[in-house]
Design a protein around this ligand. Structure first.
Ligand code: ZN
Length: 185
């Protein structure tokens, strides 16, 4: 099932999400639906608050993209993060151009560390504690923000946010068109 995605301005995106336990109802189905929702929207990460569920659950997935045919190959790597914790920020800080399914049409350079040490449970409730780098670390930090009620534009300078004000207001008032379904407040 594909969930509609909520946009900036929806109160759930500003809540601190709650941890879940093994008794969470139909978790397996929810995780599968989150992957389906993310891939249908051409995203590389989706946090449960983005589908209006204030729980600490994230899916991340990478598929090779072929520019010539404008199609995606099979999933190359995916990670389910249940109750993730960032234990340490490691490596150099670097800029990377980020976007967000909840903030359509806005792409901005965001400064984050290249790596993190993270602890999380996967979909089988196996605990992981790993140093992660590259795209996985980048997307994990972006998605972790969603669990803390933050979005990537919060990281921008006041000047940049002022410059984006009109575009951000368009998102908040639902004036943007998306290829995927969005849910209003
Ligand atoms: Zn996002």
């Amino acid at each position: 099932m594909i969930y509609p995605i909520i946009g900036l301005g929806h109160p759930t995106l500003r809540k601190i999400a709650k941890p879940i336990d093994k008794d969470y109802p139909e978790l397996e189905k929810l995780i599968a639906d989150m992957y389906e929702t993310m891939y249908a929207a051409d995203g590389v990460g989706l946090a449960a608050p983005q589908i209006d569920l204030s729980i600490r659950l994230v899916v991340i997935g990478f598929r090779p993209y072929d520019e010539k045919t404008d199609t995606y190959g099979p999933v190359a790597e995916q990670h389910t993060l249940i109750n993730p914790e960032i234990l340490e920020y490691i490596g150099e800080k670097e800029y990377f151009n980020e976007g967000c399914l909840s903030i359509p049409d806005i792409h901005e350079d965001v400064l984050r560390t290249e790596g993190i040490v993270m602890r999380w449970f996967d979909e089988n409730w196996q605990m992981h504690e790993d140093e992660i780098h590259g795209m996985f670390a980048r997307v994990a930090q972006h998605e972790y923000d969603h669990l803390e009620g933050k979005v990537f534009t919060d990281h921008l300078s006041t000047l940049r946010k002022t410059m984006l004000k009109r575009k951000l207001n368009d998102v908040i008032s639902g004036k943007v068109r998306t290829s995927y379904r969005m849910k209003r407040k």
